[in-house]
Design a protein around this ligand. Structure first.
Ligand code: NAD
Length: 502
């Protein structure tokens, strides 16, 4: 597949080397679309040194002036949306509308960050002492290390870097080794914005954002370095388990966005038309390779047969194929490893008494090096161990229930706590699900599927999903340090708690 024109349009044709480094494959047909030079621990060291030097200047630029850079970057993204969205589809295998949607998400977070650059508010707090004022101020934190996963190759970086930049931080990004081209394209687009931004000297501009290309070793070098004051890491729970102790041991700050095992509860009063549409988008979209993909359908016995029959019919009509073709809904899995993991999960589910529909490989004759599958529905007798694991593929387990309390217990009985939803028209059920005694996830929706979040809300999850929040709401606070200031404008020195010390 020839992506030369796209790379040229995005300004990264030069980043592709003739040989060596990382061979970048497109999951569309499994072919190598380019080679990219590999970085090492010394490159991480140099990137952090530059990021730290740039930080010392950038932190003193007023936040609205920092916002201007992000505004320019948003303009560059608007101009390059089609090319970048297409490159996302080529490199990650997600369908073109989702690739374009991912770039739109970058544009949206830039807009959000520009507004935020005038709203980094602190509190004023009532002082117990006369002639005193107490307040909170928020200051830039330092270089932020960003580690991202293959399935959102550009949006997750934008969530982090748009906020980090207006907060006065600099960033060093280690993208997934499976998607380096989109990362280099983002960096080139930010470079175009920097070329139009005259708020800072050239050497500062060069250190504001850096990309280091490589796998686990490069990521580990970034994680271990105390100059990366915040590590914002997105990926599997296993990655989080490796990263968290290293950051904790150096007393750094970690923002973890890890795996999910997301569920929908469908109650007897649910609008099944809505539910079927939501299930389809959430369970098979991005070929089941979203952190928020719907994996568990917990359905009341009274509506289970009708819902499953409708889903099976809808699944039969899904077009699996090239993500660049107009009517495709399901593109390829990222690689053979993902396919093998999916097949192993289906075998385990069948051994646990599950009835499997779909799940087979398709297009193998035409595209022997690509991994396309029919999405699977697996009717389970109960929530067995395999159902409680995240398999990063389009498998939807259907688990029955009779009482809402039982559904909520099943719902929460997994290690992850990312996204969840209930389909119901019963107010009591909806409120119970979103209450303190309901879903234990970071995202809990009513009559909306678990995936496809807007950038305005805080995004993230509990338990082994890592507890981090990024994107909207007050997530910006993770990228800043807080100082409490007490100002004495009196002529006395009263002590707090009424202490006398004469
Ligand atoms: P992965 O864990 O294999 O890799 C993610 C990133 O972490 C890559 O850049 C990888 O090189 C790096 N990495 C892995 N081990 C590391 C280590 N020890 N030290 C430093 N860096 C390390 O994940 P993946 O296969 O790319 O993505 C799929 C996973 O990501 C799924 O579990 C999915 O749920 C999760 N995910 C979560 C979110 C979220 O926001 N919660 C978003 C997207 C993906």
């Amino acid at each position: 597949m020839d992506v030369t024109d796209l790379l040229r349009e995005l300004g990264v044709a030069d980043a592709v080397v003739p040989d060596g480094g990382i061979a970048v494959r497109t999951p569309i047909d499994g072919s190598v679309i380019g080679h990219v030079a590999l970085d090492d621990a010394a490159a991480v060291d140099a990137a952090l040194a530059d990021a730290e030097a740039a930080f010392r200047h950038w932190r003193r630029v007023p936040p609205p002036a920092r916002g201007e850079l992000v505004r320019l970057f948003g303009e560059e993204l608007r101009g390059a949306k089609d090319a970048l969205g297409r490159l996302v589809a080529v490199e990650s295998g997600k369908i073109l509308p989702e690739g374009l949607g991912e770039v739109q998400e970058m544009i949206d977070i830039c807009d959000f960050a520009v507004g935020l650059s005038r709203q980094l508010y602190g509190l004023t707090i009532a002082s117990e002492r006369p002639g005193h004022r107490m307040m909170e101020t928020w200051h830039p934190l330092g270089p932020v290390g960003i580690i991202s996963a293959f399935n959102f190759p550009v949006a997750v970086w934008a969530w982090n870097s748009a906020l980090a930049l207006v907060c006065g931080d600099t960033v060093v990004w280690k993208p997934s080794e499976k998607t380096p081209l989109t990362a280099l394209a983002c960096q080139a687009l930010l470079g175009r914005a920097l070329a139009r931004y005259d708020g800072i000297p050239g050497d500062v501009a060069a250190g504001l954002s850096r990309v280091v290309i490589g796998g686990v070793e490069v990521g580990a070098a970034l994680v271990a370095d105390p100059r990366a004051r915040l590590i914002s890491a997105t990926g599997s729970c296993a990655m989080g388990r490796a990263v968290a102790p290293v950051v904790a041991a150096r007393m750094g700050r970690a923002l973890l966005e890890l795996g999910g095992n997301n569920a929908m509860v469908v109650t007897p009063s649910a609008d099944l038309d809505l539910a079927v549409r939501a299930i389809l988008f959430a369970a098979v979209g991005t070929a089941g390779q979203r952190c928020t993909s719907l994996r568990r359908l917990i359905v009341h016995d009274d509506v289970r047969a009708a819902l499953v029959a409708r889903l099976k019919r809808a699944y039969e009509g899904i077009k699996v194929g090239s993500p660049l073709e107009d009517d495709t809904l399901v593109g390829p899995l990222i690689d053979e490893r993902a396919f093998t993991a999916m097949q192993a999960a289906l075998v385990a589910a069948a051994a646990d008494g599950g009835t499997v529909s779909g799940g087979a490989r398709t297009l193998a004759d035409e595209l022997p090096d690509a991994w396309y599958v029919r999405p699977a529905i697996v009717e389970m007798p109960g929530q067995t161990r395999i159902v409680t694991e995240e398999t990063f593929a389009p498998i939807l387990y259907v688990v029955p229930y009779r009482e809402l309390d039982e559904a909520i217990v099943l719902h929460n009985a997994v290690d992850q706590g990312l996204a969840s939803c209930i389909f119901t028209t019963d107010l009591r059920e909806a409120e119970t699900f979103t209450s303190a005694a309901g879903s234990d996830c970071g995202i809990a929706n009513v009559n909306i599927g678990p995936s496809g979040a807007e950038i305005g809300g805080a995004f993230g999850g509990e338990k082994q999903t890592g507890g981090g929040r990024e994107s909207g709401s007050d997530s910006w606070k993770s990228y800043m340090r807080r100082a409490t200031n007490t100002i004495n404008y009196s002529t006395e020195l009263p002590l707090a708690q009424g202490i006398e010390f004469n």
